[in-house]
Every structure is written in C-alpha cells, then in structure tokens.
Design a protein around this ligand. Structure first.
Ligand code: NAP
Length: 272
C-alpha cells in the first residue's frame, strides 16, 4: 500500500487536491469497523486526519481498520460504544477525549461523520413490530442526534458534520418502511442543525448512498448484485470509496458554502 506522503494527488473533476488536506484535523467516524464507514475512515486518514474508528461489537475489525490506516502512513485509534443505548454516548466521548488529549494535547474534534446504522430483512408495513421500529429509531435516528449534540462541545468554529442517510428516504420501498422512517430523521437532523451552528462556520450535510457494497453476504451473490446494479444509472453497485470521496469533500474546506444539503450519492438511482 502507498504511504500517505508518497502517493500522487487524487484527481477530482479535473482538479487535483493535494494530499494532507486534513493534516492537523481530527475526525470521529461512527460505524467505521466495516462497510462504508471503514472506507470513510480510511479516506479521511489517508488525507491526514487523526481518525477515531468507532465500532459497536466488532473490536477486532475496528482494530484492523486502525492497522490499515497506520500501514498507509495515517493515524487512528478505535473507540467502542453500543449506540442503541444513549447513555453510552457520554462514555464514548469520555474515551474519545482521553485518546485525543493523549495524541494532540487537546480535545478538538474537527469532523464528525454519523455513519453507524442498523438495517434488516424486508418487513412489510403490516409486519413491523414496535420493537423493530424502536430498534431502528434508537440506532439510526436518536443516536446520531445525541452524538452530534455531544460532539458540538468539541467541534471548533469551521468544523464539519456529515450525516449518512440513504436514497431510500427519497424513494418508495414499502418493505423497508421502518428503516426508511428512521433514516429520514437523519435528513431532518441535518436541516435543522445546519442553521443552528452556521454562525460558528460549522457545516452540516447529509450524504445519501444507494446500494453500496459493504461486504455483507448479498454482495457475494452475482445475481443479486446484478439486480442491485440495474437500479443505478451507471449500472453498477456503489463501492465504499464512492461515498468516502463525497464525504471527504464535505469534510474539507472546499465545501464551506454548502450546508443543510442532501447530497444524492446513489449513482443516479433516484433518476428513475
Ligand atoms: P454496515 O456494513 O452494516 O456497518 C454498520 C456499522 O455500524 C458497523 O461499524 C457497526 O458496528 C455499526 N453499528 C451497527 N449497529 C450499531 C449499534 N447498535 N451501535 C453502534 N454502532 C453500530 O453498514 P453500511 O452498509 O456500510 O452502511 C453505512 C451507512 O450507510 C449507514 O448509515 C447506512 O444506513 C447507510 N447506507 C448504506 C447502504 C448500503 O447499501 N450499504 C445504502 C444506503 C445507506 P459493528 O461492526 O461493531 O457491529
């Protein structure tokens, strides 16, 4: 793997951004032990951020992400918290502050990516139970709110919050109704928080992925992958890097004039 400082610049829309744009910055990516979160953590660290790799139960996987980042010349550490229980948010931030203090002699958090979420099998509206509804809501809606609320005590002026939603909040899929309701709360979190923190130059934006290869078993089934690919205008499923590049832009200084936005990162799935 290339070292962070020896890699060439990454081309982006005809321009190129110098690597190291997050040098001296710190980031927390929730749900970074696998899937899209892992891709985001690796990308932010590759560009120079010190990244807190959050996990719920997959401590070994989170540690692997930390090692991948370190091999790439970056800096990271893991923090664990089961976010369905909101009381763990304070414990997670306690551990985060301790690690930041140790590494940077400060507790500033420049970038928060609210990515952790739970999904589940198709469940039609008539089969949704209060327990299922509450589980989705606790992890996918309530936790990002309280994580953002607590993070704001550490985020300096000019900081960045990126909330990961889903294209499903802008299209109809009845058998994912409970999940979609919980994810649409993320869109509202962005909209209302963005205006509140704008006086401090903090931006808050939503990135909405479509079907993205998170290495779950369905992505090893060629027939299923082909079906999912047909949903995108580009006729392929997304990769974590497709989302991570968008998040990195929104986490950077270049996105300073964008806040409260819903960024469709579904590869054109919502075009119909
Ligand atoms: P994933 O592979 O299922 O990984 C989920 C991550 O969230 C893991 O790191 C997991 O930690 C963490 N997590 C799960 N339950 C948690 C809990 N109760 N408390 C704290 N952390 C928890 O996810 P993904 O598919 O990459 O999705 C990432 C984000 O993109 C989510 O917000 C999802 O809604 C959104 N999204 C994904 C897709 C897609 O096709 N993949 C499409 C649209 C939107 P552990 O590993 O420790 O369990």
């Amino acid at each position: 793997m290339r070292g962070r400082h020896s890699a060439p610049d990454i081309p982006f829309l005809g321009r190129s951004f110098a690597l190291g744009r997050f040098d001296g910055k710190t980031a927390l990516v929730t749900g970074a032990s696998r899937g899209i979160g892992r891709g985001i953590a690796r990308r932010l660290a590759h560009d120079g951020a010190l990244v807190a790799v959050h996990y719920a139960t997959s401590q070994d996987a989170a540690q692997e992400v930390v090692e991948e980042i370190e091999k790439d010349g970056g800096q990271a550490f893991a923090v664990g918290a089961e976010l369905s229980d909101v009381s763990t948010v304070e414990a997670m931030f306690g551990a985060l502050e301790e690690e930041l203090e140790k590494r940077t002699s400060a507790t500033s958090l420049n970038i928060l990516v609210n990515n952790a979420a739970v999904g589940g099998p198709p469940t039609l509206p008539e089969d949704v139970t209060p327990e299922l509804f509450d589980r989705y809501y606790a992890v996918n809606a309530r936790a990002p709110f309280f994580v953002a609320q607590r993070a704001l005590a550490l985020i300096p002026d000019g900081g960045r919050i990126v909330n990961i939603s889903s294209g499903i909040t802008r299209s109809s899929q009845p058998d994912q109704i409970a999940y979609a309701i919980s994810k649409s709360a993320v869109d509202q979190l962005t909209l209302h928080l963005a205006l509140h923190v704008a006086p401090r130059g903090i931006t808050v934006n939503t990135v909405a992925p479509g079907r993205t290869n998170n290495q779950s078993p369905i992505f090893s089934n060629p027939k299923a992958v082909e079906q999912m690919a047909q949903m995108s205008a580009f006729k392929r499923v997304g990769q974590p890097e497709d989302i991570a590049d968008v998040v990195a832009f929104l986490a950077s200084a270049d996105s300073r004039w964008i806040t409260g936005a819903f960024i469709d990162a579904t590869g054109g799935t919502l075009l119909g």
